[in-house]
Design a protein around this ligand. Structure first.
Ligand code: ADP
Ligand code: NA
Length: 333
């Protein structure tokens, strides 16, 4: 009944990490093709939920993220590439979903608890409501598949709950049950200095994180300094179970080289980190350097980027305007 359609987004909150690349962007590129229609989004409405951003900063972040998408291989002809605020139906459906989602559901969102910490009373209302807007981002396209990192799994489940309640309350079968697609070796890239924390662009205090714009020296240095343990690498994945830092580096290697963890360990099992780290650094530089130089080039082509986003928004609205109209009809508006 529903066209196989992929939707996913990234916040232009500044910088892009190796975690965003492996957990999200690289997988967006892999899903482009015959099987799915693909819609990829810079979610600028989400980027202002956490902290105040200077307007110039937000504008620059959005262009840089767009450059990162294209430099990584998102083809604006094959995919619909958009900036969220240019497609107003996202926010319009978001309001309807604010009235479908329950307070109790939102209060269970672990990402809000993580981001707000002990200071929930001082967070924006938008940060609390953000998963309902994310549900609208997905469902305004009737998207069926949502490639994300592991940290977003709960939000995609909430999206299904919202779709199910809407369908049930209004007695329709209108919104699909979107499936999270969480696959590959790097669904959760951890910080290189603390194997218990996610590598995140939203954590500026973590200088160990690898940015997509880092040069070869910076990447090599960060990998050399990455926290590890004194043991050699095991030859099977189960030997990594109690070794989060070692596992993280092997996961990164596997994702970058498009192999499974076991394939990688067949190659590197028995090696010490002193030998493995330079291999990883070389691989990371190989994969990231062409992307970062292409990003730098595109950042100087602002008119081109603006034109791509204007065109993307026009194509998107051919899908979103009718779905919003039908939603309003169902609701009685
Ligand atoms: P961030 O948390 O870095 O600010 P976003 O919230 O904009 O990033 O998330 C964009 C996408 O990148 C999401 O699909 C998210 O799951 C994915 N992602 C973010 N960090 C990581 C990570 N460390 N490992 C794997 N995927 C990640
Ligand atoms: Na995130």
């Amino acid at each position: 009944q529903f066209t196989p359609r992929v939707f996913s987004g990234i916040q232009p909150s500044g910088g892009l990490t190796l975690g965003n690349y492996l957990g999200a962007i690289k997988r967006f590129v892999d899903m482009q093709g015959e099987e799915f229609e693909t819609v990829y989004c810079m979610v600028d409405l989400h980027a202002i939920t956490a902290k105040f951003l200077e307007p110039e900063t937000l504008r620059k972040n959005t262009r840089e993220l767009c450059a990162g998408f294209i430099a990584s291989g998102i083809d604006p002809e094959k995919s619909i590439l958009i900036n969220q605020s240019q497609v107003p139906e996202h926010a319009q459906l978001g309001w309807i979903f604010n009235c479908v989602a329950r307070m109790g559901w939102m209060q269970r969102m672990t990402q809000f608890k993580d981001k707000a910490g002990k200071n929930a009373q001082n967070q924006s209302l938008g940060l609390f409501a953000y998963p309902a807007l994310m549900a609208a981002d997905i469902l305004i396209y009737h998207a069926t598949h949502v490639p994300v990192g592991e940290d977003q799994k709960q939000h995609v489940e909430l999206t299904r709950d919202i779709a199910a309640k809407f369908n049930h309350d209004y007695g329709v079968d209108f919104f699909p049950m979107a499936e999270p697609v969480i696959e590959g070796a790097a669904t959760r890239v951890m910080s290189l200095r603390d194997g218990s924390k996610k590598m995140s662009k939203s954590d500026p205090s973590d200088a160990s994180r690898i940015n997509m714009t880092d040069d070869a020296d910076a990447i090599a240095k960060k990998i050399r300094k990455a926290k590890t343990d004194p043991d050699a690498l095991p030859s099977e994945a189960k030997g990594l179970e109690e070794r989060p830092e070692a596992r993280n580096l092997v996961n990164i290697y596997a994702a970058l080289s498009e192999q499974s963890v076991d394939q990688v360990l067949t190659e590197v099992g028995g090696k010490q980190f002193g030998e493995f780290k330079p291999m990883l650094a070389e691989l990371a530089v190989d994969k990231l350097a062409p992307i970062s130089s292409e990003m730098a080039r595109l950042m100087n082509e602002q008119d081109e980027i603006d034109r791509i986003l204007t065109r993307g928004a026009e194509r998107a609205r051919e899908i979103t305007a009718p779905i919003l109209r039908q939603t309003y009809d169902i609701v009685g508006m």
